[in-house]
Design a protein around this ligand. Structure first.
Ligand code: A2P
Length: 284
């Protein structure tokens, strides 16, 4: 078996010139008290890219893990996100400062608007505030999460500032082909949340099982290998140290064109969606 210790993540380049490790560790639903331990474990395995959010309520735990690690800040890539209730001209900067303080950092690598919130209609002014934060140097790169093609087009038209990345639900049952093609045409990277389909039916899929057996790896490895092969930034979540380490070994997997095509054929379109639809979801 390949040792996870010797693997390093590929790095992708944003249109603003900064880079992002393609395989990261997402801490959605990881309790703050647990986050310090598991993020520390992720660092030991080799992960350098951590994805949190104000709404996850674990920025402090992530910050404690960063503070107690002996890794250089420059070698880490930290993402956090602006929560829905904090969108707006007057509130965005304060919410960002609170996140920085929670993390114990003087900059983050990537700051995202967490959800579009179409009915509230604050995303354009919020985006302009993120652009100011980037100018201030406290954020290296700015992007969005759960944005539609229409909203990405509007942001570009109205503000002239293009997000570097869009983080949305993406997995083999919900592949987001149209959105991915649009982003690619604009030079926006695609980032997958719930890349393993939240550990549900997807991990019992017979096609994935067959490919996993052929390589002597797990189904999650095959799914992560597919994300990496098609160019997605991917942030699998696990609170289990063994699975955290197993997911990192997906970096050693090489799927051939036929296997990638077989996985691409699993797409169920909108029927494969697990989480909320960003085009219609407004929640605080
Ligand atoms: P756990 O945290 O107990 O490991 P997603 O990233 O798509 O949201 O999926 C996360 C879910 O998948 C979590 O429930 C997580 O459970 C589970 N999971 C993560 N990695 C693996 C793995 N290698 N094998 C099985 N389940 C996994």
């Amino acid at each position: 078996m390949t040792s996870g210790q010797t693997l390093t993540s590929p790095v992708l380049t944003f249109h603003d010139g900064h880079t992002i490790p393609q395989l990261g560790y997402g801490v959605w639903q990881v309790e703050d008290a647990v986050a310090e331990h598991v993020v520390g474990e992720a660092f030991r395995v080799g992960y350098r890219h951590i994805d949190t959010a104000a709404a996850y309520r674990n920025e402090k735990g992530v910050g404690r893990a960063i503070a107690s690690s002996d890794l250089e800040r420059e070698d880490l890539f930290i993402t956090t996100k602006l929560w829905n209730a904090d969108q707006g001209r007057e509130t965005t900067a304060d919410a960002f400062e609170a996140s920085l303080e929670n993390l114990g950092l003087d900059y983050v690598d990537l700051y995202l608007i967490h959800w579009l919130q179409p009915k509230r209609g604050l995303y354009l002014q919020t985006w302009e505030e993120l652009a100011k934060l980037k100018e201030s140097g406290r954020v290296r790169s700015i992007g969005v999460s759960n944005f539609t093609i229409e909203a990405l087009g509007e942001v570009e038209r109205e503000t002239g500032v293009l997000p570097v990345i869009n983080q949305v639900e993406t997995h083999p049952y919900f592949q987001q082909d149209e959105l991915r093609a649009y982003e690619e045409s604009k030079g926006i990277l695609h980032e997958a949340w719930s890349p393993l389909g939240q550990g549900k039916d997807l991990l019992a899929d017979p096609v994935l099982g067959r490919i996993a057996n052929a390589h002597g790896v797990s189904i999650p490895n095959v799914v992560l290998g597919w994300h990496l092969a098609i160019g997605n930034v991917v942030i699998p979540k696990s609170v289990n140290p063994e699975r955290l380490a197993q997911n990192w070994t997906a970096l050693a997997l090489e799927l051939d064109a036929e296997e990638i095509a077989a996985i691409s054929a699993l797409d169920k379109g909108g029927a494969g969606r697990i989480g909320p639809d960003p085009a219609v979801s407004d929640f605080a």
